[in-house]
Design a protein around this ligand. Structure first.
Ligand SMILES: O=C(CO)[C@H](O)[C@H](O)COP(=O)(O)O
Ligand SMILES: [Co+2]
Length: 217
């Protein structure tokens, strides 16, 4: 079963409750929350206080994408804010094993994200310890960027690794996904699709319905 995880980076923050309702009513079950610290990526977005507010208006699964250095420092804060899963960047953790263990100990699911230039085989040792691998199809930091096709090969590699080592693994792709390229990433092995601009620009309900049609085909 494929999952759409809309990135709230593109949401109208003046109307969070109204937009969350639109997503929920459109059948969206996951919210993708992009946390940026201005050091791991050259942008700052939001943190636990905002997530805590959004938690009050929806029961959806909070798929929190941590684009922050040394995320181990904030695990409890995100757990308290209502995160269901924390996805940390391979490139941002001094001790990835310790970080994975700490997320699990805090009662959340855990994912590892890799940037476009980070090889998938670096994840081999961790692949059966995590719930999800996130393949970035843009360089992280901003919504609205163009999809990078290198992600397709990496999705195929993760899928092959998962078949061997962790058949339950969720494989998420994030960055520049549209209704026109979503089939390519599904065919390559993604089963969780993040979309920000392609959901929030224009008619949200129609955009979500178009994605759902492809994901549930
Ligand atoms: O992690 C991200 C950027 O670093 C965002 O999740 C991603 O860019 C989603 O936005 P869009 O679908 O517009 O690319
Ligand atoms: Co993201």
């Amino acid at each position: 079963m494929n999952i759409l995880s809309p990135s709230l980076l593109s949401i109208d923050f003046n109307h969070i409750e109204r937009n969350a309702k639109v997503l929920d009513e459109a059948g969206v079950k996951w919210f993708h929350l992009d946390v940026m610290d201005g050091t791991f990526v050259r942008n700052i977005s939001f943190g636990p206080p905002v997530i805590k507010c959004i938690r009050k208006v929806t029961d959806s699964f909070f798929d929190v994408h941590l684009m922050i250095n040394e995320p181990i420092r904030y695990i409890d804060a995100f757990a308290d804010a209502g995160a269901d899963m924390l996805t940390v960047h391979y490139e941002a953790c001094k001790d990835l094993q310790e970080t994975i263990d700490a997320v699990k100990a805090a009662g959340m699911k855990v994912g590892i994200a890799v940037n476009p230039e980070t090889p998938v085989h670096w994840l081999e040792y961790y692949i059966n310890q995590v719930d999800m691998v996130l393949i970035m199809s843009v360089n992280p930091g901003f919504g609205g960027q163009k999809f990078m096709p290198i992600a397709l090969t990496k999705l195929q590699e993760v899928k092959a690794l998962a078949e061997e080592r962790n058949p339950e693994l969720l494989i998420e792709v994030d960055g520049g996904i549209t209704v026109d390229n979503v089939q390519d990433v599904l065919d390559a092995g993604a089963n969780v699709v993040v979309a920000g601009s392609a959901v929030f620009k224009g008619d949200k309900k129609a955009n979500i319905a178009a994605f759902m049609e492809k994901l549930n085909a």
